[in-house]
Design a protein around this ligand. Structure first.
Ligand code: GDG
Length: 478
């Protein structure tokens, strides 16, 4: 049997938090879904994670990383970035160009040649970092939109082995991609990978159509249910869609823990007389939070039965707060929540409980568990793990999920969730009322199926299916 290759994961940020307690430096694993998915595989494959540590040079990284690898059985390798690089490559090109464009929000795009060049240069530096520690027997797996050009730089540096890439955010249609001044460079660079993974079939199709539209000579060799083979410059590249997910069993078990049950009970006591509809989002214009507030306001106008019986519990996690656009969004939300509460509040009932902070995990799970409904209405989203986490924590099987049709998660959950177009305030308002009045039996039936779907397609399955060895053999030249 062929020996399993060592896995090298490359992402913008390393999956760690480095900090100082009193005088002593500390390192702890980060908490995102990607870490949960990949850590067990990295451990079993003696793996390596390469990325920006997210801290300044004063931290004693060698010592901290050695401690980390002893405790976690996989190694870390840093790619240090200067403040200017972070500004232009990360905040600039990644977050002000690719992020809005790939989320269909052209109006938020900023196109700057200087930022593009910084992006290219930092991607080259990541490739150099990989070369310092990876060998030709490793399986190299690059993550997300910040690092689209890394594969091409590795090729220029003479790397011949199989390279894999996964895009966590949507891929835009050719019409939108056309606007990007560097689309050709971007597409050519992506085709240097051997396997390219997307979240949904739509993203995969958008990519194929973009390649066919902008790269004369590219050809589709085969379109199958799970993958497309593209021929480009005497090579065959495989693209597929692999919807990312969560560690269902972990969420389910944690949501049943005494700690979470107590916190959920406490919340329930506080909101005794009315149902809760939950929204949890990072502060971001892709999340559709103002539209959600307007839909909730409309529901209150249309359906007086909701008064004193339903509150929107909206948690907004601070993010990119130094960027003026995000400050404006925050002010808009403050204004809307104030206006709606000012108009509808009555003694003992506040329509919108709006919290601008992050929650610890126990609180987060308690919010999921106790809320009768979730209102998850991004204007566009690669997947949206909050939707899946909400279902996994609905351990009494009685939650109702209202979900944007533009979240990647809608592909899998669309049958049992109430799907809405977040731009359609009327439709979303009606869905809120429908969820509020849904019979317990229908709630249970729908939630039961949602949970079964997520349990079956959990994050471990996602990682396994992507890494299935046969999908990532480097295609020989034709
Ligand atoms: C990308 C794509 C894709 C949120 N608030 C708190 C908190 N969270 C956690 C949730 C969830 C995660 O953050 C957010 O997950 P998303 O899926 O919404 O988005 P990202 O991970 O930011 O972004 C996205 C994803 O990659 C995976 O491929 O789904 O479309 O944009 O896990 O639980 N966690 C805690 N407190 C909070 O207040 N502890």
């Amino acid at each position: 049997m062929e020996k399993q290759k060592r896995l090298v994961v490359v992402s913008n940020r390393l999956p760690i938090v480095v900090g100082q307690q009193e005088e002593a430096w500390e390192i702890a694993p980060g908490s995102g879904g990607l870490v949960t998915a990949l850590a067990p595989i990295l451990k079993s494959r003696n793996g390596l994670w390469i990325g920006w540590p997210g801290c300044g040079e004063e931290a004693p990284l060698d010592e901290l990383f050695a401690r980390f690898s002893q405790e976690h059985n996989y190694r870390l390798h840093p790619v240090p970035l200067t403040e200017t690089e972070v500004e232009k490559y990360y905040l600039g090109f990644s977050n002000e160009t690719l992020w809005p464009l790939f989320h269909d929000l052209l109006g938020h795009c900023h196109f700057s040649q200087e930022n593009w060049l910084a992006y290219d240069e930092v991607n080259r530096r990541f490739a150099e970092g990989i070369l310092q520690v990876a060998t030709e027997d490793d399986l190299i797996w690059v993550q997300d939109y910040q690092l689209a050009l890394v594969g091409a730089h590795l090729r220029q540096m003479g790397v011949r082995q199989s390279l894999a890439y996964f895009l966590h955010i949507p891929f835009p249609s050719p019409d939108l991609l056309r606007r990007l001044p560097w689309k050709i460079e971007l597409l050519r660079a992506l085709l240097e990978y051997d396997l390219i993974g997307f979240q949904t079939l739509r993203d995969r199709r958008n990519f194929t159509n973009g390649v066919l539209a902008f790269l004369p000579g590219a050809e589709v060799l085969s379109r199958q249910r799970h993958y497309t083979l593209i021929k480009w410059k005497n090579r065959v590249i495989k693209t597929g869609h692999f919807p990312i997910s969560i560690d269902f069993d972990q969420f389910d078990a944690d949501a049943r823990s005494t700690e979470v049950a107590d916190a959920a009970w406490y919340l329930h006591e506080k909101f005794q007389d009315h149902q809760l509809i939950l929204g949890i989002d990072r502060l971001d214009y892709t999340k559709g939070i103002p539209e959600r507030f307007l839909a909730f306001e409309r529901a209150l106008q249309k359906y007086p039965a909701l008064h004193k019986n339903l509150s929107l519990l909206q948690v907004v996690v601070p993010s990119r707060t130094l960027v003026p656009e995000y400050q404006t969004l925050k002010e808009e939300l403050d204004g809307l929540a104030g206006r709606i509460n000012g108009h509808f509040a009555e003694p003992g009932w506040t329509p919108i409980h709006y919290q601008f902070r992050s929650l610890d995990r126990v609180q987060l799970l308690a919010y999921y568990r106790t809320s009768e409904m979730a209102l998850i209405t991004p204007l566009r989203d690669g997947m949206n793990l909050v939707a899946k986490e909400y279902c996994a924590c609905s351990v009494d099987h009685d939650g109702v999920l209202i979900l944007s049709e533009f979240a990647g998660a809608a592909d899998q959950l669309g049958k049992e969730a109430l799907l809405v177009n977040p731009y359609d305030i009327e439709e979303t308002a009606d869905a809120i009322y429908r969820a509020f009045t849904m019979e317990p039996e229908e709630r249970r039936r729908r939630m039961h199926r949602l949970r079964a779907q997520i349990r079956r397609n959990d994050v471990h399955r996602w990682a396994r299916s992507f890494l299935a060895e046969n999908k990532i053999q480097r295609a020989p030249p034709l």
